[in-house]
Design a protein around this ligand. Structure first.
Ligand SMILES: [Zn+2]
Length: 138
């Protein structure tokens, strides 16, 4: 049971490093999410909600829940991306663009370790999304 994994050790070192980065990022996001929720339901807000509930006004809770959900949604999306990247690390498909199958540049992965699309495909997607947004306003 000694460290006898010298074949492809450079690859596994890289994977280890990326996994560490992803897990750290995951911790940061979870902490942010918890802090935001904690901030939101404490202090004045909490008193407002409690006072409203005493009056039987549940609409305050509905509105607040929406805001919490929106904040959580943003964090959730990012966590999903990180989990997806971790899964890809495990099955060996990490760093390959989901759309065109080419390898995502190392520079891009350094900035965005949970990227699943290369720059070109990402830009294409953003353009399509933009067009769809513009069309939905017409
Ligand atoms: Zn691509």
């Amino acid at each position: 049971m000694d460290n006898d994994n010298n074949d492809a050790s450079s690859v596994s070192e890289r994977v280890k490093g990326i996994r560490k980065t992803l897990l750290q990022e995951r911790q940061v996001i979870l902490k942010e999410a918890k802090t935001e929720i904690g901030n939101f339901v404490k202090g004045d807000e909490k008193q407002l909600v409690e006072a409203a509930l005493d009056d039987g006004d549940w609409s305050v809770v509905d509105v607040n829940e929406d805001i919490i959900l929106q904040k959580l949604h943003h964090h959730k999306l990012k966590l999903n991306k990180i989990d997806e990247a971790l899964r890809k690390l495990n099955d060996g498909s990490y760093g390959v663009c989901d759309d065109c199958g080419i390898e995502i540049s190392e520079a891009r992965l350094k900035v965005l370790p949970y990227a699943v699309h290369c720059v070109e495909c990402k830009e294409k997607r953003e353009k399509i999304e933009q067009v769809e947004r513009e069309q939905s306003f017409q």
